[in-house]
Design a binder for this molecule. Structure first.
Ligand SMILES: NC(=O)c1ccc[n+]([C@@H]2O[C@H](COP(=O)([O-])OP(=O)(O)OC[C@H]3O[C@@H](n4cnc5c(N)ncnc54)[C@H](O)[C@@H]3O)[C@@H](O)[C@H]2O)c1
Length: 715
């Protein structure tokens, strides 16, 4: 009856039609503009055909529809909000026309029906779902919410409570919970999907199921008492406000809009949805989270291309069973690589193994592993004090103390006991890979793998390419990091590598601000409100003032032209007074434990008094915007330098590294995405206002060029 590139409609026996999604030349179906257009034409064909008694909607792929085509968002989101709202509302007419067919419809959901895929399915009279499928509305993860009638239909099909939970939470659901929530009408074995859906369709067409009433319900307000609805939405809003990440308003905007839309007819409700969708599409969070989606895809492509040159890692060794070595060994073993874990004395080795057992016990407790599997994983970590078996390992990750001569000694000795093709990686955080490689006989096999603490939790690994590191060593490190479930970003060897390098001018900006009279608790408040998980003073306390200060000095020394030492330095003063931060009970704040054992901080007048001694001109109040700029702009400038120097290959990798490595606020999307959002002309103008602060705020020549031409870091 209809043949397009994405959809075909054919006549079945008994007067039924099957509308099948089957995108030509693609492994999946998505709801891109072309498919939506074909859906409109296919619906018209069906509507015009007087012989059709019902429509089966199916997919010829392993998935039903994975969602909208996110690549189309860029152009759509550039329109003014009113245009976008008008376009989105007009597109909704296509789904309405399908919902308003004079015959019943049943969707057979296989694989995934996410986002637009589920929204389309909600327009049918009935939904049958394969037991191994998943459905959901994950748009909130992109800073958005469903704009194709999803908020309107789900509120009416499954009730407003389910709609709020699914839309604000964004988590996909499996068949049993989708059925229990009333989002689908039947579930069945994958093999029986088509037949089950057809049987339901026949029964509806024969008048055994009141499909007309079900469709009518979606055109009317939700039949609930206003008081009931008000209390439901008030509760939901409070919940969403408390749970949403900072400056990500999508869930709250959706819930607020839905609270009005449930009292409206379909047409009015869709108008509200379209307008709110256009509003949310224009937010900084949506721009950044959609960008992060593309960054993630680009990174995955890069892993694949690196993976081709990787040497297989069937077994490995970790040197040093401390905080980092223990975490690296545990995470590698958990993901299937047997590990020889070596330390120089039994107590740290026992501690490393104890930590692995504790992590595994947690996996069992949360149901992610059964006890037998946890025991099997632990058995693949082999603690040892010698080099037994090192001749067989394919990769060694060194995580011994941060001391160049110790690393030289340990790694030179290691080269004598491993195979000539074994890749050796160092987890150093502040030493240069080229410096560590100096005495090595096979520097081509040597690479940096900079993990972040705590290793089981932090996704980022900086894979550091030294001057003499081979492609094979880089590929092997990348492939192993991916196998560990991490996100590797390949960086060039330079002081601080990427992430610690970029955080250094941010911290210096903070220290200068204190020297100029700012109150550190106020700076923390402003930066936390801006979106950071913790302010810079608390960050120093958590990292440890002695370690943080030392690493900062080492990195700053590598960029003497820009990163000048802050002379009246609050971190140094804290160290002089043995206030190392959380670990010593006092730093900028006083630290302790609450009755449940959770760390708590409280203000500390002593710390305030110490900082005051640095403030030669006394205390000064700074506006929030100035505080933010004095910390953020030096980081943006340094990010531009790093990109120009080729420390990372792409803006995508730089921004992903910041987001995953130090919790850079997701709604900003990374230092470069933040600069793009402000516009380079604005960034340069703000930098110029801070020019008295010195070269850390001096834009690069390329930034000035970009400002003049309106160019962006992310295409
Ligand atoms: N702690 C962090 O947050 C962090 C983050 C990233 C990178 N790093 C880097 O990771 C490395 C280890 O740091 P850590 O915090 O785990 O230190 P740690 O002090 O907790 O552990 C180091 C371990 O190495 C052992 N060791 C010393 N000499 C050894 C040798 N010759 N052979 C085997 N084991 C030996 C020690 O006994 C100790 O158990 C350092 O290079 C550090 O810069 C640390």
């Amino acid at each position: 009856m209809f043949q397009g590139d994405s959809i075909q409609v054919r006549r079945l026996d008994d007067g039924f039609a099957e509308l099948c999604f089957d995108r030509q030349g693609d492994a999946i179906n998505k709801l891109d503009a072309r498919t939506v257009d074909e859906f409109q034409r296919a619906t018209r064909v069906i509507a015009a055909d007087g012989d059709v008694r019902g429509v089966l909607v199916s997919s010829a792929k392993d998935v039903f529809i994975v969602g909208a085509d996110i690549a189309e968002f860029g152009e759509m989101f550039r329109q003014p909000a009113e245009h976008m709202a008008r376009d989105v509302y007009a597109k909704n007419g296509i789904i309405n026309a399908f919902e308003d067919l004079a015959v019943p419809s049943v969707v057979a959901i296989n694989g995934f029906a996410l986002g637009g895929g589920l929204e389309l399915a909600l327009a049918a009279s009935f939904r049958v779902m394969s037991n191994d499928a998943q459905v959901g509305l994950p748009e909130v993860k992109l800073g958005l919410f469903p704009g194709f009638g999803g908020t309107v239909r789900l509120s009416r099909v499954a009730g407003p409570a389910v709609a709020v939970e699914w839309i604000a939470g964004g988590r996909p659901s499996r068949a049993a919970s989708a059925l229990a929530a009333g989002v689908v009408d039947q579930t069945c074995d994958p093999a029986a999907l088509r037949e089950t859906a057809l049987t339901l369709l026949r029964s509806a067409a024969d008048g055994h199921a009141d499909w007309r009433a079900r469709q009518q319900r979606k055109r009317e307000p939700v039949p609930r008492q206003p008081t009931e609805l008000r209390s439901l939405f008030d509760g939901a809003l409070a919940d969403v406000d408390a749970r949403s990440p900072k400056h990500q308003p999508a869930a709250a905007i959706a819930v607020r809009m839905m609270s009005r839309a449930v009292t409206c007819t379909r047409a009015e409700a869709l108008r509200l949805e379209s307008a709110a969708f256009a509003e949310v599409a224009k937010t900084q969070a949506a721009a950044s989270l959609v960008r992060a989606f593309f960054n993630d895809q680009l990174l995955k492509k890069r892993f694949k291309s690196y993976g081709q040159g990787a040497r297989p890692v069937k077994s490995m060794a970790v040197l040093g069973a401390g905080i980092m070595g223990g975490g690296i060994a545990y995470t590698s073993a958990l993901r299937g690589t047997p590990v020889r874990l070596k330390d120089i004395a039994p107590p740290p080795l026992a501690l490393g193994m104890k930590e692995a057992s504790r992590q595994l016990a947690r996996q069992v407790k949360t149901g992610r592993l059964d006890q037998a599997k946890a025991d099997a994983v632990l058995a693949t970590i082999h603690p040892q004090l010698d080099d037994a078996g090192f001749g067989e390992v394919d990769l060694v990750i060194e995580a011994v103390v941060e001391n160049l001569s110790v690393k030289h000694q340990v790694l030179s000795a290691l080269e004598g006991v491993v195979r000539p093709d074994t890749v050796i990686a160092s987890n150093t955080s502040s030493l240069r890979i080229d410096d560590i490689a100096r005495p090595l006989a096979r520097p081509e096999n040597f690479v940096g793998m900079h993990f972040f603490n705590p290793v089981p939790v932090m996704a980022l690994v900086e894979v550091v390419r030294g001057e003499r590191t081979s492609d094979a060593a880089v590929s092997t490190a990348v492939a192993h990091a991916v196998r560990m479930g991490k996100t590797p970003v390949v960086v060039k060897d330079c002081p601080g590598f990427l992430v610690n390098r970029l955080i250094t001018p941010y911290v210096s900006g903070f220290l200068q601000l204190l020297a100029d009279g700012a109150d550190f608790a106020e700076v923390d408040r402003v930066m936390e409100a801006f979106g950071w998980p913790m302010g810079p003073a608390l960050l120093q306390d958590v990292v440890g003032m002695d370690t943080g200060g030392h690493v900062g000095d080492v990195i700053a020394a590598g960029y003497p032209q820009r990163m000048r030492p802050v002379t009246r330095n609050a971190v140094k003063l804290m160290v002089e007074h043995r206030r190392y931060g959380q670990k010593s009970g006092a730093g900028f704040y006083r630290h302790g434990l609450d009755p449940s054992g959770k760390p708590v901080r409280s203000p500390d007048p002593e710390a305030q008094a110490l900082v005051a001694t640095l403030q030669l001109d006394g205390p000064r109040t700074f506006g929030e915007a100035e505080i933010v700029d004095r910390l953020m702009l030096p980081m943006v400038v340094e990010a531009a330098h790093a990109l120009e120097e080729g420390v990372v290959a792409t803006a995508a990798e730089l921004d992903m590294a910041l987001t995953l490595g130090i919790g850079f606020p997701a709604y900003l999307g990374g230092a470069l995405q933040y600069a793009d959002w402000l516009g380079l002309a604005e960034v340069v103008a703000r930098c110029e206002r801070l020019s008295a602060l010195g070269p850390a705020c001096e834009p690069t020549a390329r930034m000035r060029e970009m400002a003049a031409t309106g160019a962006r870091f992310h295409g």
